[in-house]
Design a protein around this ligand. Structure first.
Ligand SMILES: Nc1ncnc2c1ncn2[C@@H]1O[C@H](COP(=O)(O)OP(=O)(O)OP(=O)(O)O)[C@@H](O)[C@H]1O
Length: 254
């Protein structure tokens, strides 16, 4: 880790306005409020918080998918709204997040075409290289994703995310839908890729065991506010906020 943050989030606000009924008053939801956070090159920051605390909204803001109401997010000092390929996301891929009728080849080549990535050799060579990086044989290339396992789908999702050669990955519950035995393999793959490709991770999770294994620091979100940030061992062994203590208790019991 060096001292210049890769990602700097400053005084970020995102509010949603919803009506509870057709003619009712508009209600403001403060999904992200006055949030400040730095993520450093090469680290994994785990983001924990209960459902509705604003984790997805924050990840969409970082991806530049939605604009903030206030504040700024810079990546290497450039506003994220101008970056599309340096920041990518890995979702939970087991349930339908990948088009079941597309082949592995189509899915992995899509981001290469979209971001006009330059590579040596043919498109097929590059897809083979990416599949190799995520531990998949090129023999799977022309299979539809309906015909591959959950763990293999997750690997295809990761291959898609790294295809544009990003520097930063948001991992949004990347293993929570997988069997325990497969979870370990995917976590190890993520650790290996981080080293090999020099990646930085924001890891959103409910699973404290995996958060502890993967994260250098943990950030705790509650009702849109980042209430506590610290090294993983500080947060897990000596949380300062009573909300963090309660959340850790709930997550340990899940
Ligand atoms: N498009 C939207 N329109 C209105 N309200 C929204 C929208 N998206 C999210 N919200 C609200 O903003 C708040 C934060 O939601 P968000 O999805 O970011 O939380 P989360 O921590 O990711 O939850 P989960 O762990 O369940 O995915 C919630 O109150 C949610 O209902």
């Amino acid at each position: 880790m060096n001292n210049e943050p890769l990602l700097r989030i400053t005084e970020l606000d995102k509010f949603y306005y919803v009506k509870k009924s057709l003619f009712g008053k508009t209600h403001e939801i403060r999904a992200v409020q006055a949030l400040n956070l730095c993520i450093y090159q090469g680290e994994t920051l785990g983001l924990i918080g209960e459902s509705g605390s604003g984790k997805t909204t924050l990840s969409h803001l970082i991806l530049g998918l939605i604009p903030p109401d206030n504040g700024q997010i810079t990546f290497n000092q450039i506003d994220v709204l101008h970056l599309r390929r340096d920041v990518q996301i890995v979702f939970q891929y087991t349930y339908g997040a990948l088009d079941p009728l597309k082949t592995v080849y189509e899915l992995v080549s899509e981001p290469l075409k979209l971001h006009q990535i330059q590579f040596e050799g043919s498109l097929e060579d590059e897809v083979t290289r990416l599949l190799g990086l995520v531990g998949l044989s090129s023999g799977l290339m022309y299979r539809k994703t309906v015909a591959i396992s959950g763990g293999q789908k997750q690997r295809v999702g990761i291959a898609r995310a790294i295809a544009s050669r990003p520097k930063f990955l948001i991992l949004d519950e990347p293993v929570s839908a997988l069997d325990i035995s497969v979870q370990g393999q995917i976590v190890n793959l993520l650790i290996k890729l981080k080293k090999e490709l020099g990646l930085t991770y924001l890891f959103i999770t409910h699973d404290l065991k995996i958060a502890r294994h993967l994260s250098d620091r943990l950030a705790v979100m509650h009702q849109g506010v980042l209430i506590e940030v610290g090294t993983t061992s500080e947060i897990l062994t000596n949380p300062q906020m009573s909300y963090t203590k309660k959340l850790l208790g709930n997550l340990y019991n899940e």
